[in-house]
Design a protein around this ligand. Structure first.
Ligand SMILES: Cc1cc2nc3c(=O)[nH]c(=O)nc-3n(C[C@H](O)[C@H](O)[C@H](O)COP(=O)(O)OP(=O)(O)OC[C@H]3O[C@@H](n4cnc5c(N)ncnc54)[C@H](O)[C@@H]3O)c2cc1C
Ligand code: SF4
Length: 337
């Protein structure tokens, strides 16, 4: 591992100032959350920062917003967020998404900010002996001809087909979360759905973050129908595995008609995948299986597959239909998700 400087920030202003100071002409600083992804990447020399700015002492608060939502400090751990009673009752899909990820030990360390910015789990990305456009633009992509069973089918490019690994981010995409940012040029907000980029020709540029920008908080809007939301993750083994396909969903009915819906996918997209096409095909339509099939097929029409990940189209199709059916049944009965 390359030697690096370590700084601990007491607040977000200090964190940004430290990052600006150490990121002079050649130096590069990275913010350090729980370190459960960044430190692994540093060990493999995939990440080689000159300095780490530890941001774990920043806000862990989960506060009510005046609009009836929640504002979550970026240093809140995955375990703290999943266990919060307001999250469990008002946004259960978020709690469930987090609890399907990693292990209890990792969730105790991992932060909300770090979870959103964790890097892909593509094995070639971690292996310095292979070709990877995300690590080294223009180097090529060994996954295309190699092992790509876990790779994405939506939002891919000829340069990269790596899946975004976060479960939490999928739920946050469906919940229309907003990211609060602080940087050298001040504060701004972004919808979660606009934080991550599709790879295009530059898979090494993964987000819309500006240099030294820090995630300070995540805002969940008031969303009553989220109280009957759910998250299902399909994977190779029952725990401690990344998603092959995951589905975050919520549905509001008006009689037999789908009045409103939110749908997001994990394990299939190069970014947390909000299924806008399917949502559009569902709103205002009768809550029947035929409607669900049409909507799901509309979303998956854009899928691009390779031999080993082609199975994900049918798996995503079935999981989405099953989850939407369940949300509709719950909405009809007025029960829990
Ligand atoms: C064995 C294993 C299994 C896992 N399984 C899953 C899974 O099934 N589902 C899932 O979703 N995740 C899974 N994870 C990933 C785990 O959830 C992430 O490693 C973790 O969420 C990252 O959080 P962290 O705080 O440790 O981030 P770090 O490793 O500290 O940082 C990750 C990135 O975020 C940046 N960063 C951190 N905080 C901020 C901030 N506030 N502002 C700006 N940048 C910041 C860092 O600079 C770094 O680039 C798994 C991890 C492991 C090791
Ligand atoms: S899929 Fe992306 S991350 Fe994986 S080897 Fe190809 S370029 Fe690298």
């Amino acid at each position: 591992m390359k030697a690096f400087d370590y700084h601990q920030a007491v607040d977000s202003e200090q964190a940004v100032a430290q990052a600006v100071r150490v990121s002079g002409a050649e130096d590069m600083a990275k913010y350090l959350g729980g370190g459960t992804n960044l430190v692994d990447l540093m060990r493999e020399t995939v990440e080689r920062p000159d300095a780490l700015i530890d941001v774990t002492a920043l806000s862990h608060a989960i506060d009510e917003t005046p609009e009836g939502g929640l504002l979550i400090g970026a240093a809140t751990t995955n375990a703290e967020l999943a266990g919060d009673i307001r999250v469990r009752t008002r946004y259960p899909m978020l709690s469930r998404a987090i609890l399907t990820g990693a292990s209890a030990q990792i969730r105790n360390m991992a932060t909300v900010g770090g979870n959103l910015l964790q890097r892909t789990r593509c094995a070639y990305f971690y292996d310095m002996a292979t070709h990877c456009n995300k690590r080294e633009p223009g180097a090529g992509c060994d996954a295309h001809e190699g092992f790509h069973r876990y790779h994405a089918i939506l939002g891919t490019s000829s340069s990269c087909m790596a899946t975004h690994p976060s479960d939490m981010a999928v739920a946050l995409a469906a919940l229309e979360a907003r990211i609060h940012l602080r940087g050298p040029d001040g504060d701004r907000q972004l919808p979660l759905t606009e934080l991550h980029r599709e790879p295009g020709e530059r898979p090494d540029i993964e987000t819309e973050l500006r240099p030294q920008e820090l995630i300070v908080a995540i805002e969940l809007p008031r969303l009553p129908m989220a109280a009957r939301s759910g998250y299902r993750k399909v994977r190779d083994r029952a725990s401690y595995a990344f998603a092959l396909v995951s589905v975050a969903s919520m549905v509001a009915l008006d009689g037999g008609t789908i009045q409103d819906v939110r749908l997001a996918l994990g394990g299939v997209g190069t970014k947390p995948w909000r299924a806008y096409r399917a949502e559009e095909a569902l709103r205002g339509q009768p809550a029947t299986e035929a409607t669900l099939v049409t909507a799901v097929d509309a979303e998956l029409a854009a899928a691009k597959t390779l031999p080993d990940n082609a199975f994900k189209v049918e798996l995503a199709r079935r999981t989405m239909i099953a989850e939407l059916s369940r949300r509709i049944a719950d909405a009809r009965s007025g029960g829990d998700a």
